[in-house]
Design a protein around this ligand. Structure first.
Ligand SMILES: C[S@@+](CC[C@H](N)C(=O)[O-])C[C@H]1O[C@@H](n2cnc3c(N)ncnc32)[C@H](O)[C@@H]1O
Length: 251
């Protein structure tokens, strides 16, 4: 799944929440701690998906708000944190006033914006001066077991192997934030394992967004490629990594 098509993301929202929703929790915890989120912090999560970060922030006592262009995702996020201010909106045009939040986060979503620079400018606009912008997403493919499987799927389909974008490389987020006048105060790498109990769940997760025929025809390729990550219990454990960076907005 890639691209910024809100209909496509809405169509897979339930599957995303079930198969991928919790897996980035370790980096969400790290990000919220590094951004100093606690009781009363006003947090906006951009590209909030099915609302897992909102739930964590709410659990810390923060006032959680979310934005996502996919109505299907927004519905799930609202259900995760009833009463949270979750709006249908893209990162490039956030429907909130200036300086409305103490912390703005984006996990695995900024790369989907048509313009990363516009999306970051919007995040900065709605953050108070001296507040924090906190970003996280996939590290480069070489650090992700999932990359092995995705390469096999691409090869079987005769497609180009997906390339790493600049935000995936070490220092990518830091360069983006510093280049927009923010001061980076924390950055790092967090392991995010993805675990599934069986072949069927593995294939559904890897091929999320494919129709029944595509899922059926890709089944063998996915299972064969994932063999090195098979557990004794018959499931799979793919170890991946996310990079994150937290920066202070200009006073
Ligand atoms: C890979 S999911 C990640 C969701 C969530 N942040 C998480 O960590 O689970 C990407 C999300 O970004 C949303 N998205 C797509 N284009 C976007 C844009 N231009 N601005 C903000 N979010 C976008 C999608 O609708 C989807 O919910």
């Amino acid at each position: 799944m890639d691209g910024a098509d809100e209909d496509a993301w809405s169509a897979v929202a339930e599957g995303w929440a079930e198969l991928w929703g919790p897996f980035a929790d370790p980096v969400r915890r790290t990000l919220l701690a590094a951004a100093g989120v606690g009781p009363g912090t006003r947090v906006l999560d951009v590209g909030c998906g099915s609302g897992e970060l909102l739930a964590q922030a709410h659990g810390l006592g923060a006032q959680a708000a979310g934005a996502d262009p996919a109505p299907g995702m927004v519905a799930l996020a609202r259900a995760q944190v009833p009463g949270a201010d979750v709006r249908v909106a893209a990162a490039e045009a956030l429907p909130w006033d200036d300086a409305r939040f103490d912390v703005v986060t984006a996990v695995n979503s900024l790369q989907l914006a048509a313009s990363t620079a516009d999306a970051l400018a919007e995040a900065v606009r709605v953050t108070v001066p001296g507040g924090r912008v906190a970003l996280a997403s996939w590290a480069e493919g070489a650090l992700n077991d999932l990359d092995v499987v995705e390469r096999a799927v691409a090869a079987a389909a005769g497609e180009d192997v997906p390339q790493d974008g600049p935000l995936r490389e070490a220092g990518g987020f830091e360069a983006l934030l510093a280049g927009s006048g923010l001061t980076v105060v924390a950055a790092g790498l967090v392991e995010v394992p993805w675990e599934v109990p069986d072949d069927t769940t593995l294939v559904r997760g890897v091929l999320l967004g494919e129709d029944a025929e595509g899922t059926e025809s890709g089944h063998r390729t996915v299972v064969d490629a994932a063999r090195p990550f098979r557990t004794e219990a018959g499931g799979y454990r793919l170890v991946n990594a996310f990079r994150y960076a937290v920066a202070v907005t200009p006073a």
